[in-house]
Ligand binder design. Structure first.
Ligand code: NAD
Ligand code: ZN
Length: 351
């Protein structure tokens, strides 16, 4: 699967895909003075042997960073640079990001800033990373805001090995599948039907999952190709995200997974859209234990200030990505009162 941004690259998906690191990218990696793996510590515990096996002969250096969101701190960003400098890395070094979206965002930002930019390859290990590893947004968190410091910087390749996904805990499966469903909502009704028709997330086989990830990446890639730097259609990827970001900020990051918050946000966006899809979506969310009931203890007034701060909203209004029919997202500016009424209606609908 090709992503035709200013600097195009390929996304490889499949069981055993890591072997492509040497088969397809042996030249790039072989020519590097150092190959540095920045690894989520939990992922390293589970899967580093397999990655190192695939990199045999390249003698990579491995830096373990804290698991999950903690990886995106200013301290861990500095640790990465310190490691690269102490290992005498140069502009000729290649970085591999090994983990979920957090390590991908961190490593991409490190790669884009170390000596003004070195090549990097994403080796994602979560379902959610089908979203985060493609599109070239990198970031770390500032104490005053998530993802506030970052760059647009595309990887040289994404090597997505389905084997790594087998150890994902249930809540991370739930989180990642939310973004898959988001990609279906903004693109393709038949695919959405398929996703919502599974009895449960556990009923999705490994092989089927790879197919869905491929579709999700294709949707994201097409949008990013059209609008790499988010002037227009790329905003559609934020379907469900205005409320999701507010919930995450309000609860404190990590209290609810990103994807779980996105499911609440999509329910809200469907309510605002008066979409006929809402009932079956709520049913799917309930069956799969997304925390819908949490909306009940989050009054609108507490979320509103965060929604106003959303990068996609201007000061006086709330901007949402809404849905006409499935596959037809659009942006609408909504007055506060209407936003509040829809929120309260949704809360009443959720039993
Ligand atoms: P994550 O990277 O925070 O990982 C979540 C947890 O899963 C961690 O504890 C990690 O150790 C563990 N884990 C990862 N892979 C595993 C595996 N194979 N087996 C067992 N455990 C595993 O979570 P995520 O959901 O992948 O990424 C979230 C991050 O992605 C957020 O920081 C978000 O801002 C970012 N993001 C970025 C973009 C983008 O366009 N750049 C898009 C969406 C999200
Ligand atoms: Zn998201």
């Amino acid at each position: 699967l090709r992503v035709e941004t200013e600097h195009p690259y390929t996304v490889h998906i499949g069981q055993g895909a890591v072997k492509l690191l040497t088969e397809r990218y042996g030249d790039l990696l072989g020519a590097a003075d150092r190959v540095v793996v920045i690894a989520d510590s939990q992922v390293a515990e589970l899967h580093l042997d397999k990655l190192l096996d695939a990199l045999k002969g390249l003698e990579p250096k491995v830096l373990r960073v804290p698991a999950g969101e903690q990886a995106k701190s200013v301290e861990s960003f500095m640790d990465c640079h310190s490691f690269l400098l102490s290992e005498n890395c140069s502009r000729n070094t290649v970085i591999l990001a090994f983990g979920g979206g957090a390590v991908g965002d961190l490593s991409g930002f490190v790669a884009s800033t170390f000596m003004r930019g070195v090549p990097f390859i994403q080796v994602p290990t979560t379902i959610l990373a089908h979203d985060s590893a493609v599109g070239g947004k990198t970031a770390i968190n500032h104490p005053l805001g998530k993802n506030m410091v970052g760059t647009f910087y595309q990887p040289r390749a994404v090597v997505y090995d389905g084997d790594f996904l087998e150890t994902l805990p249930e809540n991370e499966i739930r989180s990642g599948m939310a973004e898959v469903v988001k990609h279906a909502f903004i693109s393709n009704e038949g695919w959405l039907d398929q996703l919502l028709a599974y009895d449960s997330l556990e009923a999705v086989s490994g092989e089927e999952l790879e197919g869905h990830l491929e579709k999700g990446i294709a949707v994201k890639a097409a949008i990013v190709e059209e609008d790499e730097f988010e002037g227009g259609v790329r905003k559609f990827l934020n379907f469900g995200h205005t409320l999701a970001h507010a919930i995450e900020a309000h609860l404190g990051y990590g209290r609810m997974t990103h994807g779980e918050a996105v499911v609440l946000g999509m329910a809200y966006a469907l309510e605002l859209s008066s979409s006929p899809e809402l009932p079956r979506f709520l049913n799917w969310a309930k069956v799969n234990q997304y925390p819908l009931e949490r909306l009940k203890d989050m009054p609108f007034e507490e979320l509103l200030p965060y929604m106003k701060k959303d990068k996609k909203s201007t000061a006086a209004s709330l901007n949402f990505v809404l849905l006409g029919a499935v596959g037809q997202p659009y942006i609408e500016t909504i007055p506060e009162q209407r936003a509040q009424a829809a929120y309260d209606t949704l809360r009443k609908t959720i039993k």
